[in-house]
Ligand binder design. Structure first.
Ligand code: ZN
Length: 203
């Protein structure tokens, strides 16, 4: 056997391991993907490899809102068609995708890249709060919409931000906390149901 010769099985198990590290992909799915790629045309594997590399080489964070972008500032921050007086605060860049998908919001965003979680040792200094406060200093923003997740960490973060931002004379709003569409009351948990009730709006 030549020195440095790598048997195919190593290449296969290595890729299975890598796929297995991805969220939502268990060992079975990882195996299926690898054997699919083995049968697929070489071109397809090459395009996948190139896309993976360019993800890290070409994508960075917007220096204003910290969304993922291939240009700085990002398209949203650069746009002349967005309301610059509103900033919506989200935990992760993918939250922007979900909100943009609804086409109900036309302001700017700010990505915290996490949420405050004392139990996991994540403090205010570990998320992009300082940068947010800097953005609020020039007086163009009159509303901050807190769209952090409706869970313990998201709530703590929202309360913390409200305490910091309200005294600046900026309106602070929170996404209405309601039942997910398509849910039946019988299956809703207590916290969700209580908040949906508290957040009831005039019909
Ligand atoms: Zn941006």
């Amino acid at each position: 056997m030549n020195e440095g010769f790598t048997p195919t099985v190593d290449a296969v198990s290595k890729l299975i391991q890598e796929f297995n590290k991805l969220p939502g992909i268990g060992p079975k799915s990882a195996q299926r993907l690898v054997y699919y790629l083995l049968r697929a045309p070489e071109e397809q594997a090459r395009l996948l490899a190139e896309a993976l590399l360019s993800l890290k080489q070409e994508i960075s964070l917007c220096s204003v809102c910290f969304n993922v972008t291939d240009s700085d500032p990002c398209l949203i921050c650069r746009s002349n068609h967005r309301e610059r007086s509103k900033i919506c605060i989200v935990e992760q860049p993918q939250d922007i995708l979900s909100l943009e998908h609804t086409r109900t919001y036309n302001g700017l965003y700010h990505v915290l890249h996490g949420a405050i979680s004392p139990t996991e040792g994540v403090g205010a200094g570990d998320v992009r709060i300082k940068e947010l406060l800097q953005r609020l200093q020039d007086g163009t923003v009159d509303e901050v919409i807190l769209a952090t997740n409706p869970n313990l960490e998201g709530e703590q973060t929202a309360m913390y931000l409200n305490r910091l931002i309200s005294p600046l004379g900026i309106k602070v709003t929170r996404l209405a906390r309601g039942l997910p569409f398509g849910t039946e009351l019988e299956y809703a948990d207590d916290v969700t149901l209580t908040r949906a009730f508290e957040g009831r709006q005039e019909f």
